[in-house]
Design a protein around this ligand. Structure first.
Ligand code: SF4
Length: 318
């Protein structure tokens, strides 16, 4: 059986994404994927604007450029909120972020990850697109966990990448708290094909590093191993790398499969190459062979199921 054991990721989230009607106009935003994630993660919701003392409803804020500074400004009152936001982030977030991911409200001047309008103060025109003030302060403080917004989470490939990353982050955190050589080796072995589909160079480095696990200091090796895994997690999944992994898996069954089954696999693979067949369809086919032939090594591979099956949509295509 492909494993159903997952650590619950700790996710920082904008409060207006289904937790409270705290938008400037008292709105709340409901998102299907936030709802579907609820049983599988621990959410910590924040609303920087309300937490910094603004009421609901309130006059809207905007980012402005003034004297080469980016300021959070409320045109109706003429007030700036940078200092309040800095105090808030410094008070509530220490440098040791324990979050495994963040989901934020798109395009908000506070929480937006990208594409937030930046105005010229004097001329009242948009001069650039940037990130929200809360996000830039989190990053300045050293936050380095996977981020997505409520618009991009609806894109199946971006969502797949984000979900994969947050469950890996949570697992790494568990390993760090429960340092044990065998557990680290088991983690690496179970994620080998997933890592192979992301970044073969870093995968090789990680494998070499773990070869010294018995002789070197465990915390030091794990710190370096974690750094390499993070590089892998943040690498862009590539179609050619996925094709290599799929062919590699199919190779395990070359003596068992009929000629017709092999032809069918090649036809799907060709379709995937051309963009007509989803990656998930190929994974499902291969997973059925893994189960049929009870291949122990492959049964443990997270490549087939990097996060709980209830969150997997069949149409993921890369
Ligand atoms: S976008 Fe951020 S600051 Fe604005 S209402 Fe949502 S949580 Fe609050």
């Amino acid at each position: 059986m492909i494993s159903d054991e997952f650590q619950k990721p700790e996710i920082l989230i904008s409060r207006c994404l289904g937790f409270a009607s705290c938008r400037w106009n008292s709105d709340i935003i409901n998102n299907e994927w936030v709802e579907r994630l609820k049983p599988f993660v621990n959410f910590y919701h924040v609303c920087p604007e309300v937490d910094c003392g603004l009421g609901v409803p309130r006059a809207p804020l905007r980012l402005i450029r003034k004297d080469n500074l980016i300021l959070l400004f409320q045109p109706a009152s003429g007030r700036f909120f940078n200092q309040e936001f800095e105090n808030y982030v410094n008070y509530f977030f220490n440098d040791n972020f324990s979050f495994d991911g963040g989901i934020f409200c798109a395009r908000s001047p506070s929480c937006g990850l990208m594409g937030v309008k930046l105005y010229n103060h004097e001329k009242n025109i948009v001069v650039a697109k940037t990130e929200g003030l809360f996000i830039s302060l989190l990053k300045k403080k050293g936050a380095q966990f996977p981020l997505i917004d409520h618009g991009r989470i609806n894109d199946e490939n971006l969502r797949d990448k984000f979900f994969t990353a947050i469950f890996l982050f949570a697992r790494l955190k568990y390993l760090e708290k429960n340092l044990d050589a065998e557990r680290i080796i088991a983690f690496h072995s179970a994620n080998k094909l997933l890592f192979m589909a992301r970044n073969q160079t870093e995968l090789r480095k990680a494998g070499k590093l773990l070869a010294n696990l018995k002789t070197a200091s465990l915390p030091a090796i794990f710190a370096e191993y974690r750094r390499l895994v993070l590089k892998i997690i943040f690498s862009q999944p590539r179609k050619t790398a996925n094709i290599n992994v799929l062919e590699h898996i199919a190779g395990y069954f070359k003596n068992e499969l009929s000629a017709a089954e092999k032809r069918y696999f090649q036809m799907l693979l060709d379709g995937y190459r051309k963009g007509n067949v989803s990656l998930q369809s190929l994974k499902i086919l291969l997973a059925s062979w893994v189960e049929r032939y009870q291949s122990g090594y492959l049964q443990n591979q997270t490549y087939f199921q990097p996060y709980p099956r209830q969150l997997i949509e069949e149409s993921v295509s890369l």
